[in-house]
Design a protein around this ligand. Structure first.
Ligand code: CMC
Length: 427
């Protein structure tokens, strides 16, 4: 017999079903709680709330496990490419060679963006943040490209179009922000190399593709490709639940990712490390500030809602960071500061007691700097990586038999009934 959970309230006991996931995690099904008891649940930040069932990504925050479609992140980072991982997330299985070739052809076919979109770019003020621009441009895609939403094949075209065009739009935004001519995608280059070429090629200094840099970018994107129901993915699902088009849902995800507590942390980490270096702030002082409840400062790149141990992505990122810097014989002073800061935080009682460990963003900025990506583009890089995850989650939500419009409840704490006072009678 299926397990249940009993709740007694107001002299009445109701039995709520217990749902069990593949990995044995358990959830109380409260979908009929209000109908049965009049109660709602209270969970700020939704830290204890399962908002959907999903077969895409598994995370175990206590044991530091992350798997996409059951495959450990360590194996994907070692053996897969970003393109293959994107296929895995979106379609649910690893592609055959034929699938992958067809996927490459489609990505290539859809890589150009409408020329009129360049006019949009010209009109953003120069100081605009690339994340704001990217979110707007992805939303604008809807006006240029219809959403084909009937049938698997049509959805695949919309999805591939998005995966390919967002990469082009991101590179375009960088070029235009520097006042440089846009570089078009090249059909002979694979996904990651094509992006680097669009970013950095110049008529006076042709970009030379280095396979180690391409590999570093591919792994960076694999590590960011999905992370189950995080803030931006939830935004994609919530916005999508109103049955808006895919572009608008992804645009909402990009906006959510921008925040410094979420994807914007990679930029915030480099700003923090630069501040320590430029202002000569001691590591001890940085930790003191991070621990001070009256100071809004937090150690950026540390802590996570789900991980209570070292983020498995951060372990891979740290190794990659060492490898890339060694290969190119680069000395980044920020790496020394990061290592010193990490060692001091991991030995500090506050960080130990709060289970605060480095997350994926702690070392990722140093890798991106080594690749040549400017700090203002860091979160855009995260967004390109997260795209397959957002798309997979959106697709899954569209087919979910339990789908309902997302519409949480609240505990109202405002005034009870209040009279309307005409303007001349207000004090
Ligand atoms: N530095 C100092 N104290 C921290 C930090 C930090 N980075 N993170 C959490 N804490 C403390 C917090 O002050 C609180 O202490 P107390 O219980 O004594 O009041 C306790 O730990 C719990 O914090 P919380 O904010 O309730 O925890 P959360 O699960 O809501 O926060 C977080 C998760 C990621 C927002 C937070 O750890 C944080 O702000 N980290 C820095 C920003 C960052 O690196 N974000 C990237 C996350 S990974 C990329 C992604 O997937 O988005």
């Amino acid at each position: 017999m299926a397990e249940t959970v009993k709740i007694t309230f107001d002299g009445q006991t109701v039995e709520l079903p217990l749902l069990v996931g593949t990995e044995g995690e358990k959830a109380i099904d409260i979908s009929r709680l209000r109908a049965q008891t009049g109660l709602i649940t209270w969970d700020p930040g939704l830290a204890n709330t399962g908002s959907c069932s999903s077969a895409i990504t598994f995370m175990d925050g206590e044991r530091g496990i992350l798997r996409y479609r059951g495959i450990p992140i360590e194996e994907l980072a070692e053996h897969s490419s970003f393109k293959e991982t994107a296929f895995l997330l979106v379609h649910g299985v690893l592609p055959t060679r034929k699938d992958l070739n067809r996927f490459s052809v489609l990505l290539n076919d859809h890589s150009l963006v409408h020329e009129d979109m360049q006019i949009f770019y010209q009109n953003f003020p120069r100081a605009s943040h690339p994340m704001g621009i990217l979110s707007s441009m992805v939303n604008a895609l809807r006006s240029f490209y219809p959403v084909l939403s009937t049938g698997e094949e049509e959805i695949n075209i919309t999805v591939t179009r998005l995966l390919s065009k967002v990469r082009t739009l991101a590179a375009m935004s960088y070029r235009i922000s520097r006042g440089h001519k846009v570089v078009y995608p090249r059909p002979d280059l694979p996904y990651c190399a094509n992006f680097l070429n669009m970013m950095f090629d110049s008529p006076v200094n042709p970009y030379v593709i280095d396979e180690d840099i391409v590999r570093a970018l591919s792994v960076f994107w694999i590590l960011h490709a999905d992370h189950e129901q995080n803030c931006s993915t939830s935004a994609v699902r919530i916005v999508g639940s109103g049955r808006v088009n895919l572009y608008a849902s992804i645009s909402a995800g990009i906006a959510a990712l921008w925040g410094p507590l979420h994807g914007g942390a990679n930029q915030a980490v480099i700003e923090m490390l630069s501040m320590i270096k430029d202002q000569g702030v001691s590591i001890r002082r940085v930790l003191e500030r991070a621990k001070d409840r009256d100071d809004p400062f937090r150690l950026m790149g540390f802590g996570h809602r789900v991980y209570r141990t070292y983020d498995p992505r951060a372990k891979i990122m740290k190794k990659m960071c060492d490898r890339v810097l060694r290969k190119f014989n680069l000395q980044d002073p920020l790496l020394n500061i990061a290592q010193e800061l990490e060692a001091a935080a991991l030995a500090d009682d506050y960080f130990i007691d709060h289970n605060l460990y480095p997350n994926v963003d702690f070392y990722s900025g140093i890798v991106l700097r080594a690749i040549g990506i400017p700090t203002s583009m860091f979160t855009v890089m995260f967004a390109i990586g997260r795209l397959p995850g957002w798309i997979a989650q959106w697709k899954e939500s569209m087919d979910d038999p339990d789908w309902r419009l997302c519409r949480p409840r609240q505990l109202y704490i405002g005034p009870k009934i209040n009279a309307y006072v005409p303007i001349d009678e207000r004090g």
